[in-house]
Design a protein around this ligand. Structure first.
Ligand SMILES: NC(=O)C1=CN([C@@H]2O[C@H](COP(=O)(O)OP(=O)(O)OC[C@H]3O[C@@H](n4cnc5c(N)ncnc54)[C@H](OP(=O)(O)O)[C@@H]3O)[C@@H](O)[C@H]2O)C=CC1
Ligand SMILES: O=C(O)C1=N[C@H](C(=O)O)C[C@H](O)C1
Length: 255
């Protein structure tokens, strides 16, 4: 079975992925965190010096760390020819451009959410948005634990993109990312985002289609981050040995 290298090994997701890999009988080649911040090992996972060292000993890497480090991680994947799963959120258009470029020479799977439920939900949201007119207002509500540093969540954006695709519009043209003060009435066709942070919530997402006199709500609740970790391991094992290209969880899950 493919050896998995974990970028962000000491983080909440890194540790969950090591546990999920063990449950799946997959081998973890090692991990990295921010350079200079960790001891030699985390349990059974040896910590290496940098992404290049990790890529050299791995058949595939999973990156759940920080957008700031993405470029270095992609460079290491390209140099070693080691496929990489990117689960990090908070990505800007420039990061997506880097991923597109890297995918010309190595297999890259980028997923804002690696769970089966959320990826199926995205299909349902796209289909619903396509069938309902713009007189149905779309609002996306998400809640996460108090430690989360980016907003809206990557999954919220994924669901917003699904809704925008269903309506055949660009999300950037219709997104309303937060409201405060005298905002004026809601523009028809807007896709709104509302963000809650607190406690230990693993990840709740709700897409509300609000019509005149009725509301349709589609949602997903992660009961623990184990679902993301299982999906990440599944994606890594699927990606190892693949030809260069940019892949998604839809490819892995056959959705
Ligand atoms: N796609 C999905 O399904 C999911 C995605 N996520 C995303 O994964 C990311 C991580 O989440 P989470 O584990 O909760 O966050 P944590 O803060 O717990 O972990 C982040 C890890 O990344 C490490 N890190 C930070 N900067 C670098 C760097 N420059 N090089 C290498 N490692 C680095 C941190 O190391 P140090 O401690 O030394 O700073 C830490 O180990 C977030 O973007 C989150 O939104 C989370 C859950 C599911
Ligand atoms: O930071 C998290 O925890 C999560 N981040 C991802 C996101 O931003 O969508 C996925 C999941 O919701 C948990």
């Amino acid at each position: 079975m493919a050896k998995i290298g974990i970028i962000g090994a000491g983080g909440r997701m890194g540790r969950a992925i090591a546990a999920a890999a063990a449950d799946a009988g997959a081998k973890v080649s090692g991990g990295i965190d921010r350079p200079g911040t960790r001891p030699d090992a985390l349990g059974d996972v040896p910590l290496l010096a940098d992404a290049a060292s990790l890529a050299a000993v791995s058949d595939v890497m999973v990156d759940f760390s920080s957008p700031a480090a993405l470029a270095a991680h992609l460079d290491a994947a390209i140099a070693a020819g080691t496929p990489i799963v990117i689960g990090t959120t908070g990505l800007e258009p420039a990061h997506h451009a880097l991923i597109d470029e890297a995918a010309k020479s190595v297999a890259v799977l980028q997923a804002f959410n690696t769970s089966l439920g959320v990826n199926l939900l995205a299909h349902l949201v796209r289909e619903t948005a396509a069938r309902l007119g713009t007189d149905w207002d779309i609002e996306i509500v998400e809640m996460h634990h108090r430690h989360k540093v980016d907003a809206p969540s990557g999954t919220g954006i994924l669901l917003g993109q699904a809704a925008a695709t269903g309506r055949e519009v660009a999300l950037a043209d219709v997104a309303v990312r937060g409201r405060d003060g005298i905002t004026g009435a809601r523009p028809e066709g807007a896709i709104g985002f509302a963000v809650l942070r607190g406690g230990s919530v693993a990840g709740d997402h709700q897409v509300v289609f609000a019509g005149e006199g009725e509301r349709l709500e589609l949602g997903h609740r992660a009961e623990s981050r184990a679902i993301f970790a299982r999906g990440a391991v599944k994606a890594a094992l699927w990606l190892a040995g693949r030809a260069p290209g940019r892949y998604t969880m839809n490819d892995v899950l056959g959705l």
